[in-house]
Structure formats: structure tokens, C-alpha cells
Design a protein around this ligand. Sequence first.
Ligand code: COA
Ligand code: ZN
Length: 312
Amino acid sequence: MTLSEKLTITEVAPRDGFQNTSTFIPTNDKIRIIERLLQAGIDSIQIGSFVNPKAIPQMRDTADVVASILPRFRAKNLSVLVPNERGARFAVESGIPEITFVISVTESHNRANVRRSVDDAFAELATIVSSDSYPFDHIKLDLATVFGCPFDGITPFELVRARVARAHEIGIRDICLCDTIGTATPRQTRAYISALRSEFPDIAYRVHFHDTRGVGIANTLAAINSGITRVETSVCGIGGCPFAPGAAGNTSTEDLVFLLSAMEIDTGISLEEIIAAAKFVATVVPGPNTSGHLIHVDDDKMFPRGLYKIVK
Ligand code: COA
Ligand code: ZN
């Protein structure tokens, strides 16, 4: 990527982070956090999910979150995650213009996560894509377990390729490659992305890494060097799939913004404000899945003249 190009960060803490907390975060706190993130310059954000509240009780107030945020921040790219047609119907009713549908590459994780086969999940997505009942502006697909699966181990590229081919066939042109459990390496990241980009060049790819082994940022840079310009991260590094045992939080938004600003890659996000937002999130959101580093750094002690002035 050239330095003049803008890198788009999609913030996923209000979905990936809030879905996985030990206790329910009050709706007003969720709304206050989302407001702060948007004010810090985030212009793409997943603000919740329409899922079975028995499966993920932490997301049961997504309709209220959308009702509060959407009228005030329509100009931003707001989306929600849905696992089935029923979720898509709730999304239509909420007025949200964009959805992310989730399907795992591996059969075992898909069954654990959304209680159906991969084929059935794709059939449901095909209906949503083709039916006038779902008049979304945009539908994106999150492919989970692209790099590794908690049940099956390292995911073979051929299986990823087959899922992307199926998505392409039903008209999907925006796919996020998700490292659901944080096993990807920079080498695997480069290999999978370059093979997918050359075989399906009309699909726009994004990446989403969990930081279980501390290589989330390294994987993100490998993806950027492979031509990716859209990355999903989570403020404070909160996140995790309740159906992926042992996974840590996501690569943290503020850590990535710090690194990219040092590399003079523009994200449109204020480093000072996103760190302040992350420190606020740390006071509101109960642990334990946090991968962020900068929230633990006391810049006043280490850099009394101001870290952000000398970082470049
Ligand atoms: N939103 C709200 N409720 C939903 C729903 C949705 N999208 N989909 C189904 N339900 C409700 C049904 O109405 C039904 O309710 P009832 O028990 O009161 O009658 C109940 O859930 C079971 O419906 P069913 O179609 O049999 O679903 P299921 O039990 O097979 O579960 C999912 C399938 C996909 C709904 C469920 O596994 C789920 O929500 N998973 C969440 C996945 C997730 O968010 N993972 C983390 C992010 S990747
Ligand atoms: Zn995730």
C-alpha cells in the first residue's frame, strides 16, 4: 500500500467485545462508548448483532442501540452482524443499511456457532442476497475460522477457497477473513490473501485478527503489505467468540492506530482520542478478553513532553 492511501478501520468492539463480557453492559454505557468511538474519527463500526438472546444474552439490546445511534450518525458506515434470516429481518426493521452475515469455514465451528451446516448457512445467505424483502445497501460476509479452528486445527487453504467460491457464486463481493481464535501467522496471512486476490480479484477483502499469541499486529501488517486496505479491530482489544474456547481479544484499535500513525498511514482517527476512549472502555467493560497494550502505558511518566508529538 502506498503511504498516501487511506486505511479504513472498522471498529468491532460493540459487537465482538460486548458479546463476550462476563456481565451485561448497560445499554447507555454501550451507547456512550459508541459515541466516543465515532467522535474519535471512526467512520465504520459494527454496533451489535441480531442473534438469539438465549445464545448471546449480551446482545439482546441491539435494537435499542441502533435506535439511539442510527438517527444521529447516519453518515457513518454502521452495521450489525446477523447469523440467519430472522436476524436479517430484525435488521431491516431497525433501519440499519448494512449487515454482516457470519459463516465459519469449518463445519464444526459453524455448527457450534450458528447450529447449522455450512451449506444451510450459505443457502440462507443466498436468500437474503436475492430477496426484495431484505433491501440492504450492503451485505458483507464474515468468514470465521479462516486460518484456524478450535476443533479442527489449522484450516486448509482449499477449504477457504471453496467457501469464497460459494460466496462469490451467490453475489458476495465483500468478505472479511476472520482469524477467530488467533492462530494466523504473517506467512499464512500473506499466502491466503495473495491466492484469494488472484483467484477472486473482484472481491474486496478485509481482515480481522484475534491476538491470542501476540501476532495480531504483525498479521495486520502482513495483510496491509499484501494489498489489504480495510481492517477490523476492537478498542481496548476486547473481543472473542463465546463458541471459540481459548481465544483472546482482537487486535486493538488504539495499538494499530499508534503504529499506523508512526508509519504515516492515514486512518482518519485521532490517536489521542482513541486512546482516551480505550481508557474509558477499560473502566466500563468487565474483562477478561483484552489484548490492548496502550491502555496500560502511562505516557505522562514516560514521555512528559507528549508521546504523540515525538512518535514520528
Ligand atoms: N435473533 C433473535 N432471536 C432469534 C434469532 C435471531 N437472529 N434467530 C433465532 N432466534 C430465536 C427463535 O425465535 C427461537 O426463539 P424461541 O426459543 O423463543 O422460539 C430460538 O431463537 C431458536 O430458534 P432456531 O431457529 O431454532 O435457532 P437455533 O437455536 O438453531 O440457533 C442461531 C441458531 C443462529 C439463532 C443461534 O445459534 C445464535 O444466535 N448464535 C449466535 C452466534 C453468534 O453471534 N456468535 C458470535 C459472533 S460470530
Ligand atoms: Zn472476532
